[in-house]
Design a protein around this ligand. Structure first.
Ligand code: 3PY
Length: 252
């Protein structure tokens, strides 16, 4: 199976990600494919992406040697099903507040008898790199179940969340975390919540991951012990480059 991110994490190599918010990002992902990242987040929570776009994005990202992970708008069973049915290598759900939330999300992501995922992987096997009937077992075993820790309740319950079987990755959303906790971004309480999540993931043998807007922040988080980080967001890359080029012209 084409499980690039899982292979890297299993080999104790970092998961380095590119964040797609634009439906046209399959083109952007192709251009950036030489960048060496091993996962791409397809953002259907806050991005312009909808489930119709999943199929093209997943296929392009996979063909570039990175694992497509879809962030769905909410932790609804049907949303997880639609995301995984595109052949994605993992699903990310926002706002996991408790072990009960995490158990439901795992259940929605695995076929019976382990979970309740509905059956219909018509388009998955070729993208996932397996023969038709091999997909079911490979999916339950190898697809990454990723929950976001980004609320006060999520932090309070993070040790129990981390222990939930079948959950692979605890992914901190630092911006929501600061807002939901009503603490200063980068302040002591914010960093303590981040450190608590990192420690809980490590203690449970799970992947510790965090959104980073750029490589500088990502490097710092890897040095703290995080296993998986993002390094760039498509629309921000375009905006930054536009500003940079404009500065040569306007001199400001
Ligand atoms: C957050 O920081 O809240 C995220 O979910 C990443 O965009």
């Amino acid at each position: 199976a084409r499980t690039y991110l899982k292979n890297a994490l299993d080999a104790k190599k970092p998961g380095i990600g590119f964040w797609c918010t634009l439906p046209g990002s399959s083109t952007v992902a192709t251009v950036l494919a030489t960048g060496g990242f091993n996962w791409t987040l397809i953002d259907a929570e806050h991005g312009m992406i909808t489930d119709k776009d999943y199929f093209e994005l997943v296929t392009t990202v996979t063909s570039m040697g990175a694992s497509p992970i879809i962030r769905i708008p909410w932790n609804e069973e049907w949303m997880i099903k639609r995301a995984l049915d595109s052949g994605a290598q993992g699903v990310m759900t926002p706002m996991c507040h408790s072990a009960e939330d995490a158990k439901r999300i795992v259940s929605y992501s695995k076929y019976p008898p382990t979970g309740t995922r509905g059956y219909g992987p018509m388009f998955c096997p070729p993208v996932f790199g397996v023969k038709g009937s091999q997909y079911d077992a490979a999916a339950d075993d190898k697809l990454l179940v990723i929950v976001q820790i980004e609320s006060r309740a999520g932090i309070e319950n993070v040790e129990e969340i981390a222990k939930v079987p079948g959950l692979d990755v605890l992914f901190i959303g630092p911006f929501d975390l600061a807002k939901q906790m009503n603490v200063q971004f980068g302040g002591d309480e914010h960093e303590a919540a981040i450190a608590k999540t990192l420690a809980a993931a490590k203690a449970a043998g799970k992947t510790a991951a965090i959104f980073c807007p750029n490589g500088q922040v990502a490097r710092k988080r890897l040095d703290q012990g995080f296993d998986m980080v993002s390094i760039a967001v498509d629309n921000a890359c375009l905006a930054a480059e536009m500003e940079r080029q404009m500065s040569f012209v306007t001199g400001t």
